[in-house]
Design a protein around this ligand. Structure first.
Ligand SMILES: NC(=O)c1ccc[n+]([C@@H]2O[C@H](COP(=O)([O-])OP(=O)(O)OC[C@H]3O[C@@H](n4cnc5c(N)ncnc54)[C@H](O)[C@@H]3O)[C@@H](O)[C@H]2O)c1
Length: 397
């Protein structure tokens, strides 16, 4: 359908699949300007279904599986907020049934599953959108505008350092700590930044290499027991405290921890453009710092939320902390809510009108491919990995 052409003005009927921490984005569904309503919520656990009633009220139909939802409710779209390893299996039947999918990032935990999703979306013509909400964060949008305006010339290298200060609380106390559920934190956490790196560079990773290790949380003695009922009631933010410092004072870590807590990857984006991404889960501070170097200058962000700044250096000198141009990061609060509202708005507008989106499913596959193959490289002595081509019949937009 041509961009901007109205397909239908009726209210979109939307389901949320997986009612844990992230399901809160479903609250934006009725408030984006595109007529849409949450009509169903699906969770395989009793605890999730109880959360659904508490969060969304009695008018939303609560069901135990996607199959039940497809059988019982007429749906136009579904917002999938389940653990990463379930994304592909949940999204496939929805796409086959013609239900537009908002899939949380990462798109999947293997390139093969991403390719199945791309092929299914292409064959069925069902919209597939991936929730890379960082493209709607002010700091990222503003860096993109500055780069596109030519402020630093042609982008040649991007370096992103990611200080995941809340890592112990957020990523080592539940399924996020297990390869079986996430493959690697280079997907679960880094897929946001890998996508941003690709967007800022205007091209995707072709070859990758990485090193890393499980250095702090691997030998940590305080583990929860394997209690599934307790797990179902536990959400990522439970037990979060700035008092959990230094990392050895953390308690109740996940029984299984086999993902790395420090990772460093190098990317070849082709034609001489390169990038690097470093992630550490035991820093005291929590933010990401980008340096983008072009042929006529470089930019760097200090802070990644409103209150921070982006600085540009574009004159020769020894060093200067201030740079030649300073741009305040716009917005209020943490900026996450605003980015989530814009992301949901973009998805629903696309479903209703066919309007183009900032992020594409192919870009989401690019991020998974870089992170998944970096994890394989990291676990194989840093051997370089080439990103496989897109599957036949899937075109890069
Ligand atoms: N874009 C972002 O900024 C952002 C932020 C947080 C989380 N996420 C993503 O959201 C997803 C969910 O994360 P979370 O922290 O909410 O996880 P969570 O563990 O809090 O919630 C997941 C829910 O899914 C349910 N579930 C599991 N398998 C299911 C299935 N087959 N069918 C239906 N329900 C099922 C679980 O019972 C649970 O209630 C992840 O992929 C994560 O990467 C994205």
């Amino acid at each position: 359908m041509a961009a901007g052409v109205e397909k239908d003005t009726r209210t979109l009927r939307v389901a949320v699949i997986g009612v844990g921490q992230r399901a809160a984005i479903a609250h934006h569904i009725g408030a984006t300007g595109t007529p849409a309503a949450l009509v169903a919520a699906v969770d395989t656990t009793e605890a999730g279904r109880v959360r659904a009633v508490a969060a969304f009220g009695p008018t939303v139909q609560v069901l135990p599986s996607v199959a039940d939802a497809l059988a019982a409710v007429r749906l136009d779209a579904a917002v999938v907020t389940t653990p990463d390893d379930t994304h592909a299996a949940i999204a496939m039947p929805l796409l086959e049934a013609g239900v537009a999918v908002y899939l949380e990032k990462p798109m999947a935990i293997t390139v093969e599953d991403c390719d199945l999703l791309l092929e299914t979306a292409a064959r069925t013509g069902t919209p597939l959108y991936v929730g890379h909400n960082m493209r709607h964060m002010s700091v990222v949008r503003q860096m993109k505008v500055l780069i596109d305006a030519g402020e630093i010339g042609e982008v040649k290298s991007i370096w992103c350092r990611h200080f995941v200060g809340n890592g112990g609380d957020y990523y080592f106390k539940d399924w996020h700590a297990e390869r079986a559920h996430v493959h690697s934190l280079l997907l679960q956490k880094a897929s946001h930044d890998l996508d941003v790196i690709h967007w800022l560079a205007g091209r995707a990773t072709r070859r990758v290499t990485a090193l890393g290790a499980l250095t702090v949380y691997g030998d940590h003695g305080s583990r929860r027991g394997a209690d599934h009922a307790a797990d179902e009631n536990r959400l990522m933010a439970d037990g979060f405290s700035y008092e959990n410092w230094p990392p050895e004072t953390q308690t109740e870590l996940n029984p299984v921890i086999d993902v790395e807590d420090v990772s460093m990857m190098l990317m070849d984006l082709g034609d001489g453009v390169t990038a690097s991404y470093e992630q550490c889960h035991f820093t005291p501070d929590y933010w990401r710092n980008y340096t983008v170097i072009g042929t006529r200058g470089r930019l760097e962000n200090f802070g990644d939320t409103p209150g921070g700044v982006i600085r540009i250096w574009n004159r020769r000198r020894a060093w200067s902390l201030e740079g030649d141009l300073e741009v305040p990061i716009e917005g209020e609060g943490e900026g996450h809510e605003q980015a989530d509202a814009l992301t949901m708005g973009e998805f629903l507008r696309h479903v209703a009108t066919g309007a183009p989106t900032t992020v594409t499913a192919v870009a989401a596959r690019d991020a998974v491919a870089a992170g998944a193959l970096a994890a394989l490289s990291l676990r194989d002595g840093g051997t370089p990995r080439d990103i496989p081509p897109l599957p036949p019949g899937v075109r890069r937009p």
